[in-house]
Design a protein around this ligand. Structure first.
Ligand code: FAD
Length: 499
């Protein structure tokens, strides 16, 4: 059978709509460098050969570029945030819109290819790029359209968090995003999403009113509480398991664009008392007060405790709300002031530099109890490297006001995450840093219950991945078997349909 005939019949067998290849679009696509066949890898790890004619048909049908190894732009496109991953997909489809995503899924299905989906490229696990498969790259899809009257933002599947803030804030509107502006909205939203205003408004996934999704069987569907409600449930916390989100609609909330925020810095000697006092105080804190404690190494080898603050209730209440936290110790640094909210949202962008080499372990905890505090202090004191952190991003407030089974995000009741992370630039430091984090983590992990799907690592065994979904796992498994029985979307905190 001719290769092209096989493709068409395989597509028909899968129920994928026959599609005329619009060669007219070829003029705006990046031309592949040569007409050779392409070696690729399937989802189950087999080597296959993609015939040049099929690849050319695929390319001609795309509005965006199709890149293969050696093509101009290929190396930039395969690069993601975490410099630990230097992977080479057989093909990268730089999708310009939902039709390109649909086309890419159909091509991957027809050839059984391993698929990696790239939104903002910030997966700590590196799973948005793969060796030998098809990387479906949404990064050209960064549109944000605000409807101020209906208080909604329509956001492309490859948009970054800063795109959302920068487009919504000028309209006096905000939604929940994360704390580093170059993180992708796609991955963050599908896994849950928490940040500075989450205690007030809920998780990022709680803001969704609908999502346009390309499913594994090659259809573009809308998921909302009215349409495909089962899928909508799974997309809010179930990660990238169920399809590729081409567009999200988020609820927006009135916001004047300002907040009271910044950092209180304490030397390590005060950290035990400050964290103990903090744990007591913060349990009763107002929903508008977000404080993330961070134990960190500092230049020169010192260790410090930072309280990273964003107060978003009426500014006249800030002084009284923050005074008890200032009194927990004698801060050696205090940058807390009334500032544009976007200033807080970008203050970590440089530290979390793109291309650094990162390794992170994480889990949820309900309290910062005394034993956990002691364990964290010992851990940070033992860090052999210039850049190590234990961050404790908070939840609570509106996040826990939503029932655990109302969306796929289960771990709403834990007040904190504990994230142990290292970063370095020189690959020669990887072994020491990763080795140290791995050796320390079991002590901290003993205090945790489950972990955030968005901090999943490939090294976490499949049966442990279910801890990320807690009591929602069985329902997610049933949904996966309905929407992706062949596990096309497997490079994520995977709900394996064969489990
Ligand atoms: P990508 O690497 O592009 O994608 C990760 C996975 O998400 C992919 O493998 C795919 O399965 C899926 N995916 C992405 N986009 C889509 C899409 N459109 N459709 C279907 N699947 C998709 N999390 C928080 O909640 N709050 C924070 O404040 C926060 N801060 C962070 C700061 C940094 C510096 C980093 C590195 C991470 C942070 N995270 C935070 C974690 C973050 O939620 C995850 O790293 C998330 O995966 C990033 O999404 P992305 O689109 O950039 O990732």
């Amino acid at each position: 059978m001719q290769r092209r005939t096989f493709c068409a019949s395989a597509a028909a067998a899968l129920g994928i709509a026959a599609w005329p290849f619009p060669r007219a679009y070829a003029a705006v696509s990046t031309i592949a460098d040569d007409a050779d066949d392409v070696e690729a890898v399937t989802g189950d790890g087999r080597q296959v050969l993609l015939h040049a004619a099929d690849v050319e048909d695929f390319r001609a049908g795309l509005r965006g570029a199709l890149l293969k190894q050696g093509a101009t732009g290929y190396d930039d496109a395969r690069r993601i945030y975490n410099g630990m991953f230097d992977r080479r997909p057989a093909l990268i489809a730089r999708c310009a819109g939902a039709a390109d995503v649909l086309r890419s899924v159909q091509f991957a299905r027809a050839h059984g290819l391993l698929v990696a989906v790239r939104g903002g490229g910030h997966s700590l696990s590196g799973q948005s790029v793969c060796d030998g498969g098809l990387m479906i790259d949404l990064s050209p899809m960064r549109f944000v359209r605000v409807d101020p009257g209906r208080r909604l933002a329509y956001v492309g599947g490859g948009a970054l968090l800063g795109d959302i803030d920068r487009e919504t804030l000028p309209f006096g509107l905000v939604t929940t995003t994360g704390t580093v502006s170059h993180t992708g909205a796609g991955g963050l939203t599908l896994g849950g999403g928490f940040g500075r205003v989450a205690r007030r408004y809920g998780l990022t996934c709680d803001q969704l009113t609908s999502v346009d999704v390309v499913t594994a069987d090659g259809r573009l569907v809308e998921a909302s509480s009215e349409q495909n409600a089962d899928l909508f449930w799974g997309l809010r916390g179930g990660g990238g398991n169920f399809g590729i989100a081409t567009s999200f609609a988020y609820r927006l909330h009135p916001w004047d664009g300002w907040a009271v925020g910044g950092r209180l810095v304490f030397p390590l000697e005060q950290a035990r008392d400050v964290l103990r006092g903090f744990d007591e105080l913060y349990e009763r804190a107002a929903d508008g007060l977000w404080i993330e404690p961070v134990l960190s190494t500092a230049p020169g080898g010192a260790r410090i405790l930072m309280l990273d603050i964003c107060y978003c209730d009426a500014p006249e209440g800030a002084e009284a709300a923050l005074a008890p936290y200032r009194r927990l110790g004698r801060p050696v640094g205090d940058t807390v002031a009334r500032v544009p909210y976007v200033q807080l949202q970008t203050q970590d962008d440089e530290r979390a530099r793109i291309g650094g080499r990162y390794y992170t372990k994480s889990g949820f905890v309900s309290r910062l109890d005394d034993d956990l505090i002691d364990a964290m202090l010992e851990t940070i004191a033992s860090a052999p490297v210039p850049m190590a952190r234990i961050a404790m991003p908070p939840k609570g407030g509106a996040i826990e006001g939503v029932a655990r089974d109302a969306t796929a995000f289960w771990h709403r009741k834990s007040l904190y995450s504990v994230l142990l992370g290292t970063s370095n630039d020189d690959p020669a430091d990887d072994a020491a840093n990763v080795g140290w984090a791995r050796s320390q983590w079991p002590t901290l992990e003993a205090f945790t219950e489950g972990f955030y799907a968005n901090t999943n690592l490939s090294e976490i065994a499949g049966d442990r991945v279910r801890d990320a979904y807690g009591g929602n796992y069985d329902r997610l498994l049933a949904l996966k078997r309905t929407y992706d029985p062949d596990n096309l979307f497997r490079l994520n905190a995977n709900v394996d349909p064969r489990a």
